[in-house]
Ligand binder design. Structure first.
Ligand code: ADP
Ligand code: MG
Length: 250
């Protein structure tokens, strides 16, 4: 079986603080992994390493055909290779970071045009298709400040998809939203999962994780404490730390 994502021996420290300690993780093509754990356990750092927004100190990451080794004498990847590696992943953050001076469609076209040199008419067609997919065909020409948080986040998802990434990484994509807007964003994520997109989702939506994720990975203090099928980990966690964490959601 060839995995879509393979992380082995991944390590990262910030000064004296070891934030990731020997992380090993394999994700099959089309699999949805929910990454859960207390605040400060290293979830965001792990996602950011997959996107090279944070440079790991050691270990190895493979995504699709691209792989890098870090530390122990391995050379840091050149900027151009980093950019290529980064394009394997589409990342969606808690805060949407849309370009305020661009319309919705311009926000989605920007990456394909400026990074991939896609001709504008093609980029616009692609953006239109993706905005339809996230249910925003009627917002193509408006500016982000006219959108609700849920709509902004759906634009952010369309923008990430426009780069045609191999995997999508979501870091608490619904945590900043008013409760009534969470469902529309989870709905888009659920559709992507059903279409076979490989995804790692950091989330506090435990019900969503149980329902949509194939696997749940529980992290604490920079290590993976427990992982397995979503229903097993959420329904019958084996580790005390997982049980305590999940008890906060009941
Ligand atoms: P989580 O997403 O699980 O809440 P993070 O990966 O954001 O955890 O953070 C893990 C730990 O690393 C925290 O203690 C955090 O303060 C620390 N940390 C994260 N990013 C940095 C950074 N750039 N510099 C220093 N410390 C950081
Ligand atoms: Mg985080």
């Amino acid at each position: 079986m060839s995995y879509k994502i393979e992380v082995s021996g991944l390590r990262k420290s910030f000064g004296a603080l070891a934030v990731l300690r020997d992380i090993n993780l394999k994700v099959e093509p089309g699999q949805v992994v929910a990454l859960i754990g207390p605040s400060g356990s290293g979830k965001s750092t792990l996602l950011r390493c997959l996107n090279l927004l944070v440079m790991p100190d050691g270990g190895r990451i493979r995504i699709g055909k691209d792989s890098f080794a870090f530390g122990d004498g391995s050379k840091l990847p050149a900027t151009r290779e980093q950019a290529r590696f980064r394009s394997n992943t589409g990342m969606v953050f808690q805060h949407f970071n849309l370009f305020p001076h661009m319309t919705v469609v311009q926000n989605v076209m920007e990456g394909p045009v400026s990074v991939k040199a896609l001709p504008k008419p093609q980029a616009e067609a692609l953006a239109g298709k993706l905005l339809a997919k996230v249910g925003l065909s009627d917002k193509v020409d408006v500016f982000p400040n006219k959108l609700s948080g849920g709509q902004k986040q759906r634009v952010a998802i369309a923008r990430a998809l426009a780069m045609e990434p191999e995997v999508m990484l979501f870091d608490e994509a619904t945590s900043a939203l008013d409760p009534e807007l969470v469902g529309e964003v989870l709905g888009v994520m659920r559709d992507l999962a059903a279409e076979g997109m490989t995804m790692i989702i950091v989330t506090h939506e435990i019900g969503f994780a149980r329902e949509v994720a194939d696997r749940v990975v529980f992290m604490r203090d920079g290590v993976i404490v427990e992982e397995g099928p979503a229903r097993e980990i959420i329904g019958q966690p084996k580790q005390e730390a997982t049980r305590i964490f999940l008890s906060h959601f009941h």
